[in-house]
Design a protein around this ligand. Structure first.
Ligand code: CP
Ligand code: NVA
Length: 300
């Protein structure tokens, strides 16, 4: 593994290897065992979109590993004034040991990797959110003791989260069902991969997708950059809500996860959110551990 651009590039074994290291780093952190694997190293963090979890977990994670992280807002970088990504990649490669980037186009992340000479980590694009899903898988395994054979269900938009969950779930042996409105399905590339596994189902009826689920996940109806579509999307996604009714058709002990930020009363009810807060905030914490594992594997 040279970069983390999307989960499609990783094998199931590589994903499990990241999760195993993440568990170990979590244990060490909780027990005060120092792990300065990245002493003297610098991570650049390019943000073209807002962030709470990604920014703070990468920055803190880098510090805990003995290195440093630089917050690079695209508003302040020349990239925001049109300097090509090919040039930015080649320049930053000469100062830094790794780059985490959050942006719109997946092609920009791929271009950084192509032209740069240091590891690139995708901190969210419109296409995928691999770091989040590594934390999600880590959390499911932590609560359920395994991934293989479990049923994951995603309710909502065929967006970055749905895409990465489908790939991450299937690659680690889970079966995956999703529910989304007809006009909001995941892209062809993801659906082709998904159907090939023989463990994937897609519905328009959210209750059908949730049947016998071991873990239900959801995400906002309008992602960053889609603010103008908010009203249209509220109509399209009405009914695509994780609520108490839905939990009744899932398996007993079904987990609920949300990448956050959550919109209570839209994609998830306050009641379900609070009932599963232990899982959801462990998931948020696990961003830290999973990303530290990724950085150690790529940058050590
Ligand atoms: N889940 C997630 O990526 O959160 P942030 O947008 O706050 O980084
Ligand atoms: N789908 C959401 C995820 C946020 C972490 C977005 O892209 O805004």
């Amino acid at each position: 593994m040279k970069h983390l651009l999307k989960l499609l590039d990783l094998t199931g074994d590589e994903i499990i290897e990241i999760l195993n290291l993440a568990d170990q780093l979590k244990y060490e952190l909780k027990h005060g065992i120092k792990h300065h694997h990245l002493e003297g190293k610098s991570l650049g963090m390019i943000f073209q979109k807002s962030s709470t979890r990604t920014r703070v977990s990468f920055e803190t994670g880098m510090y805990q590993l003995g290195g440093q992280a630089l917050f690079l807002s695209s508003n302040d970088l020349q990239i925001g004034r049109g300097e090509p990504v090919q040039d930015t990649a080649r320049v930053l490669s000469r100062y830094l040991d790794g780059i985490m980037i959050r942006t719109f186009e997946q092609s920009e992340v791929e271009a950084l990797a192509k032209y740069g000479s240091i590891p690139i980590i995708n901190g969210l694009t419109d296409f995928c959110h691999p770091c989040q899903v590594l934390a999600d898988l880590m959390t499911i395994r932590e609560f359920k003791g395994r991934l293989d054979g479990l049923k994951m269900c995603f309710i909502g938009d065929g967006n970055n989260m749905m895409n990465s969950l489908i790939v991450g779930g299937l690659k680690t042996g889970m079966s995956v069902s999703v529910a989304c409105p007809k006009d909001y399905q995941p892209p062809k590339e993801i659906l082709e991969f998904a159907y090939e596994s023989g463990r994937f189902e897609m519905f328009t009826d959210p209750m059908k997708a949730a049947e016998n689920a071991d873990v239900i996940l959801t995400d906002v109806w309008a992602s960053m950059g889609q603010e103008e579509e908010k009203a249209i999307r509220e109509k399209a996604f009405a009914g695509y809500q994780v609520n108490a009714e839905m939990m009744k058709v899932a398996n007993e002990g079904c987990m609920v996860l949300h990448c956050l930020p959550a919109h209570r009363g839209e994609e998830i009810t306050e009641e379900v959110m609070e009932a599963h807060a232990d899982e959801i905030f462990e998931e948020a914490e696990n961003r830290l551990h999973a990303q530290k594992a990724v950085m150690v594997m790529l940058m050590k």
